[in-house]
Design a binder for this molecule. Structure first.
Ligand code: GRE
Ligand code: ZN
Length: 322
């Protein structure tokens, strides 16, 4: 399929690039930094070769979220967003942008999103999970009451909020003890992002702001597979603030992307769970390969009209792309 839009595509600035290199000696990881920094050469050539017309760009993880000092987080987010705005201005035909946000300071995060949408025509925000706030060993989630005014502003602006995975804190990983290979992208990323999504659903946020739209990657961070059981078991338990079922929130307030999960069975399950209007194509470059994602997606056994929606039209509508 030509003219695809890919919506979870990462770049880095000097201050964040090296943070994504987990094993510097490993051939896969040693190439990541250069690919994150490059926006126009290799990236555009690979997009051309894979039928990707437009990449919606976002800062690499953990990005701003791992900067405990709020003032530093605010300054770094500004720097990253200014750099991204300058890059997109060079190729507005090929790129769109999601803002990095200093969630350590909810008011500053709302102001930065407002600035990016108003001054740079950014299409929304991408935030890398919980924020470390004040001290490195802290994890603050956005279902907490101090974020309600932030969410009010997101709804008012009418832009989507992409909740992206991040590395969990070593002090909060007891269940992975002795098995470090399970941390990060193979398993923990989805677990972390799923829990954060469920916290947002269960806290009543979408009762207060029913128009909010959250985007999650990796074909739903495992939520679709367990959604029925989640509501089934919750129906027998008291004590959840939200008014409706988790499935209702998931179908009305979430979109799912194919980033880094090129499995046709899971794609079909995602379509059956939220509908073809809420599934979007993404690669997750440079952690994933443009060609591998596109070869899979272009031939996946789904209806052609769904391929056009998922590959392009849903992203156009959700992010307001021309
Ligand atoms: C990411 O998307 O941020 C990411 C990583 C590390 C491995 C895989 C991955 O940071 O998708
Ligand atoms: Zn990603």
């Amino acid at each position: 399929m030509q003219g695809k839009i890919a919506v979870e595509e990462h770049f880095a600035i000097g201050a964040t690039a090296a943070k994504s290199v987990r094993f510097p000696q490993h051939p896969y990881w040693s190439g990541i930094e250069g690919k994150l920094i490059d926006l126009f050469d290799r990236r555009l050539a690979e997009m051309d070769a894979s039928g990707i017309g437009c990449a919606v760009l976002s800062l690499n993880a953990n990005g701003i979220q791992e900067v405990p000092e709020a003032a530093k987080a605010v300054a770094l987010a500004r720097e990253a967003n200014d750099a991204l705005a300058a890059a997109v201005a060079k190729r507005p035909d090929r790129f769109a942008a999601l803002a990095a946000l200093p969630m350590q300071d909810p008011q500053a995060a709302a102001a930065e999103l407002q600035r990016c949408v108003r001054d740079f025509n950014f299409k929304g925000a991408l935030v890398n999970g919980f924020s470390q706030v004040g001290t490195a060993d802290s994890a603050v989630y956005y279902d907490l009451p101090q974020y309600r005014p932030f969410w009010a502003e997101v709804e008012r602006l009418g832009v989507p909020f992409y909740l992206h995975p991040r590395y969990s804190l070593p002090s909060r990983r007891q269940r992975y003890e002795g098995h470090p290979w399970l941390t990060g992208s193979p398993w923990d990323f989805a677990e972390e992002t799923a829990i954060h999504s469920l916290r947002l659903m269960g806290c009543g946020l979408f009762d207060e702001y029913p128009k909010l739209q959250i985007v999650i990657g990796h074909l739903g961070e495992r939520i679709p597979f367990d959604l029925w059981r989640l509501d089934h078991r919750l129906s027998k338990l008291p004590g959840r603030p939200a008014k409706r079922t988790m499935a209702e929130y998931f179908r009305q307030n979430f979109h799912i992307t194919t980033s880094g999960n090129f499995c046709t069975q899971s794609l079909i399950h995602a379509i059956l769970t939220v509908g073809a209007d809420r599934v979007l194509f993404a690669v997750d470059y440079p952690f994933e390969d443009h060609a591998e994602a596109s070869t899979w997606f272009d031939a996946a056994e789904i209806a052609e009209h769904d391929r056009i929606k998922i590959g392009r039209d849903n992203a156009r509508a959700l992010f307001g792309l021309d």
